[in-house]
Design a protein around this ligand. Structure first.
Ligand code: ADP
Ligand code: MG
Length: 393
């Protein structure tokens, strides 16, 4: 799960990570009031969407930039009017862009230098890693590509936690000295505490800045939380903004389904994450394009299967469906009953290829046969993928 920058700021405050004063607004008048409170000058207004690159983005109405420095509350109000209700396109949103429903008004600060600082879960070591760079404020992927030596990485032992010597090492490599090094140390240890306490999978500050008066501040924030740990943090879960998410994924999460929307036209309904990955691979292998990842899990009910089936049918890109079930804990007949119920309700007209194997497969096949649905049966994974790709041609 992701959150907005203004929400990240609340968490920063709670954990003592310094960042400029800011307030969220949903209308131009609210933005004016916020600016008057924070002002009088030295203001910045920032579009709130779950995507980076806002500063260099553009609005579909022609207005340039999702981050603007302003010198008066009236100017904030005027720009808020140009951003709110408009669609912002950045290199992270794709062509479609994102509708801006909120803006954040904050104190603007003078910047001496911009840095990059992030903490994320490193899959290779299975532990947190601090990533930092003197090349802040820009696209970090580009820095990693062109000047990889400018990216510092410091692994953290998950039980021992972040050590003082590690912070000193990073501070010195980034060129901090004296009071700035102390300020950086305090910020990084607070950030690490936040990362661990809230079960984050990533916190990214780009840019982290040093001001002429020597303060070290987080000017931007991108957070990612481990969904499986969200139940431990109801206050974080409450920050979820489903308007920013793929509607297919929002619906799937209501039914506890592991669903990820993709751009292809062959929908897949599979049990088991590994089998779901293999199914997408083999669809690709035969020249097709998967429309989604969907693992209905081992203990799905008929209702969950029906909901899953309806979600994949609601995607207008979907032109065919491949169901691939290897029943272990999963009962093949539960799948069959869910599929038949959903297909009846929605009046299925797309090609449907089904490969069923394992637990209670005979009953499952009988349910499908008795349903009168037009189903192409497949015997193996490869056979199923070949048939659905062929059906679309
Ligand atoms: P994004 O990464 O989405 O473009 P940022 O929050 O990083 O958005 O803002 C883009 C740039 O705007 C920053 O790199 C920084 O130079 C400037 N900026 C952002 N917030 C402030 C602020 N409070 N004061 C001064 N400059 C800011
Ligand atoms: Mg940024």
């Amino acid at each position: 799960m992701n959150i907005h920058e203004y929400q990240a700021k609340e968490l920063f405050e709670r954990f003592g990570v310094p960042s400029p004063n800011g307030k969220v607004a949903s209308t131009a008048d609210e933005a004016l009031a916020a600016a008057q409170e924070i002002g009088p000058d030295n203001l910045v207004i920032k579009a709130q969407v779950h995507a980076g690159g806002r500063g260099k983005g553009h609005f579909k109405n022609g207005f340039q930039g999702g981050v603007h420095l302003c010198s008066s509350p009236e100017q904030v109000q005027e720009i808020a009017g140009k951003m709110l209700g408009e669609v912002l396109v950045t290199h992270q949103t794709g062509e479609a862009g994102r509708l801006v429903r909120k803006v954040m008004v904050a104190e603007s600060v003078d910047i001496d230098k911009e840095y990059y600082l992030a903490i994320l879960m490193d899959r290779e070591s299975g532990a947190p890693v601090i990533v930092a760079s003197t090349e802040g404020g820009m696209d970090i992927e580009e820095v990693a590509e062109s000047t990889p030596e400018k990216i510092l990485r410091e692994g953290v032992h998950p039980l021992a936690g972040l050590q003082a010597y590690q912070i000193r090492k990073l501070a010195s490599k980034l060129g901090f000295a004296g009071d700035q090094a102390k300020a950086f140390a305090k910020l990084l240890s607070s950030l690490y505490k936040l990362f661990i306490s809230l079960d984050c999978s990533m916190v990214e500050i780009n840019p982290l800045v040093v001001t002429p008066d020597g303060r070290v501040l987080a000017l931007d924030a991108k957070f990612n939380f481990d969904d499986n740990a969200l139940y431990r943090h109801p206050e974080v879960k409450a920050m979820r903004d489903t308007e920013e998410e793929d509607p297919r994924e929002v619906e799937a999460s209501e039914y506890d389904l592991n669903y990820i929307g993709l751009d292809g036209n062959i929908a897949c309904l599979v049990n088991g994450a590994g089998l779901a990955m293999a199914t997408m691979d083999i669809i690709k292998h035969f020249g097709g394009d998967p429309a989604n990842f969907l693992d209905v899990g081992g203990g799905a009910s008929k209702e969950q299967v029906a909901a899953a089936f309806k979600i994949i049918l609601s995607d207008p890109n979907v032109k065919g469906i491949l169901i691939n079930i290897f029943g272990g804990i999963m009962d093949c007949n539960v799948i069959a009953e869910g599929v038949v119920a959903a297909a009846r309700e929605t009046g299925l007209e797309l090609p449907l290829v089904v490969r069923l194997e394992g637990n209670n497969v005979e009953a499952g096949k009988a349910t499908l046969a008795a349903s009168g649905l037009d189903i192409v049966a497949a015997s193996t994974l490869a056979d199923g993928a070949e048939k659905i790709v062929a059906a679309l041609k």
